[in-house]
Ligand binder design. Structure first.
Ligand code: NCD
Length: 321
């Protein structure tokens, strides 16, 4: 694997290898509490054309934990705001010798363009492109589900996972549907019909228009942010009505299975898709998702540009430290 543009780039075994590597890296990080020299001398560029808090910081922390040099490039305040094209920006990064470029872009397909045209030699990692995909978010979500419900072992067969809300504008939903199904889970998409994309029936997931009909049978409930910035039209009558019909509140939390978990990729619209009780409930693993993101992104960087496989991870890290 050279780039990570879409979950479709991964076989089930590739995905499990990333997750297993992340488990090892997370355990090693906890036990040694120090940086690994694995990517010393490598340069990782964070190329963010869209705002981000969690994903950018998480990739930066992951790269630094592996001792890579990190360059943060945000479109605001750069020549991109003067109209410089993606190609020219990429050629500049190429001249700086980037080993990996982590790109977030408002246009679906921008990371694929960067990779296919090979304007840069380094690995291209999609950190969210338009409404298309966000593969590392799906991987960290799978890692979190596995940690809680499968004790870090195996695939996700036998689990039923609901993804609730603005599926239409969500790159997180698309990547998660692809990955969770690849790992054997059953996915239920819950949304008003206006927030489901055309052709969603072909995604292979079950579709429901009622959160109350599915909530009691799910092992994980993943809430999606209502993506107001991508909405030019009216998709629901009012925020109050959306919150009442699709929001995760205390009553719905109480209807969930005892072992089930509540997830959200962040940033949350508290009071819209999730209430404060929902976000802060004992079932919520939302803060943990962020922490898990670092381990998963370390694994992705390690496998893409570390020149190694997970099998020699302990040996390699052990030797170098
Ligand atoms: C998501 C994104 O940017 O796609 N956030 C994230 O990466 N943590 C989800 C969102 O913005 O709603």
């Amino acid at each position: 694997m050279r780039d990570l543009l879409s979950i479709n780039d991964l076989t089930k075994d590739d995905a499990l290898e990333i997750l297993d590597t992340a488990v090892q890296l997370s355990a090693l990080s906890e036990s040694t509490n120090r940086k690994f020299p694995t990517l010393r001398g490598r340069t990782v560029v964070n190329l963010f054309f869209e705002d981000s808090t969690r994903t950018r910081i998480s990739f930066e922390a992951a790269a630094k934990r592996l001792s890579a040099d990190v360059i943060n490039f945000s479109a605001k305040g750069s020549s991109v705001s003067k109209g410089e094209s993606l190609k020219d920006t990429a050629l500049t990064l190429q001249a700086m010798g980037a080993d990996a470029v982590i790109i977030r872009h408002g246009a679906s397909g921008a990371p694929a363009q960067l990779a296919r045209k090979r304007w840069i030699d380094g690995a291209v990692i999609n950190a969210g492109d338009g409404t298309h995909e966000h593969p590392t978010q799906a991987l960290l979500d799978a890692f979190t589900i596995r940690r809680h419900l499968k004790k870090n072992n195996g695939d996700l067969a036998g689990l039923r996972i609901a993804i609730v809300g603005d599926v239409l504008h969500s790159r997180v939903a698309r990547s998660n549907v692809l990955l969770l199904q690849k790992l054997g889970a059953e996915v239920v998409l819950v949304a008003p019909p206006t927030l489901l994309p055309v052709g969603v029936e072909q995604w292979g997931a079950t579709i429901s228009f009622s959160i109350d009909e599915v909530i009691a049978s799910c092992d994980a409930v993943m809430m999606l942010r209502v993506q107001k910035e991508r909405m030019e039209d009216l998709f629901f009558p009012s925020e109050r009505e959306y919150a009442r019909n699709f929001g995760l509140n205390a009553t719905r939390i109480a209807a969930m299975k005892e072992s089930a978990i509540v997830m959200h990729p962040g940033p949350m619209n508290r009071g819209l898709e999730i209430t404060a009780e929902g976000a802060d409930s004992h079932k919520s693993v939302i803060v943990e998702q962020v922490a898990n993101g670092v381990s998963v992104r370390m694994a992705v960087l390690y496998l893409l540009i570390g020149g190694a496989t997970s099998r020699d991870l302990t040996a390699q890290i052990g030797e170098q430290s």
